[in-house]
Design a protein around this ligand. Structure first.
Ligand code: SF4
Ligand code: SF4
Length: 148
């Protein structure tokens, strides 16, 4: 039977072998930097619907501002449309949150700068060891983002 991964999207950055492991970059919905160097928010995601301030993949009764963000971000001009018949994702799964000027590892409490637009993240785990830290890009972000 396949092993079902248990995520730890809200745990302390200090790894505790007795708790659920921190997510790997993939399970934490790690996203590479925007190609134009901007920080990530709904305002530069193709799933956002600016006219009604909604997201195509979240419930349509949920107002979402341009300065929010989630781990399903897809960079591009906002042009979302609701997907009929598809069960929407909820904020506890997507990591939806207010990110102010935009999400980026460089502004996350789990990030330690290493110079050269890279840093070490203590909020996700190495896929091989299941322990932090993991090298990340300064302008990347994942669903565990917590602004400082
Ligand atoms: S909530 Fe996530 S998927 Fe939806 S528009 Fe914002 S970043 Fe994109
Ligand atoms: S620094 Fe923050 S946003 Fe970046 S990968 Fe780590 S937890 Fe996610």
């Amino acid at each position: 039977m396949p092993r079902i991964p248990v995520l730890n999207l809200g745990a302390s950055p200090e790894y505790d072998a007795g708790s659920a492991p921190l997510p790997t970059p993939g399970l934490g919905l790690y996203k590479h930097p925007n190609p134009d160097g901007t920080r990530k928010n709904c305002g530069n995601c193709i799933q956002w619907m600016p006219d009604v301030e909604r997201c195509a993949i979240h419930p349509q009764d949920l107002k979402i501002d341009s300065d929010e963000w989630c781990g399903y971000h897809m960079f591009g001009p906002p042009s979302g449309k609701p997907h009929k018949g598809v069960v929407p994702v909820t904020p506890d799964i997507s990591g939806l949150k207010d990110v102010g000027a935009g999400a980026a590892c460089g502004g996350c409490k789990f990030y330690t700068d290493q110079g050269g637009n890279t840093g070490l993240c203590s909020g996700i785990s190495n896929p091989d060891t299941r322990k932090p830290p993991v090298q990340v890009d300064t302008y990347a972000a994942c669903a565990r983002y917590e602004g400082i």
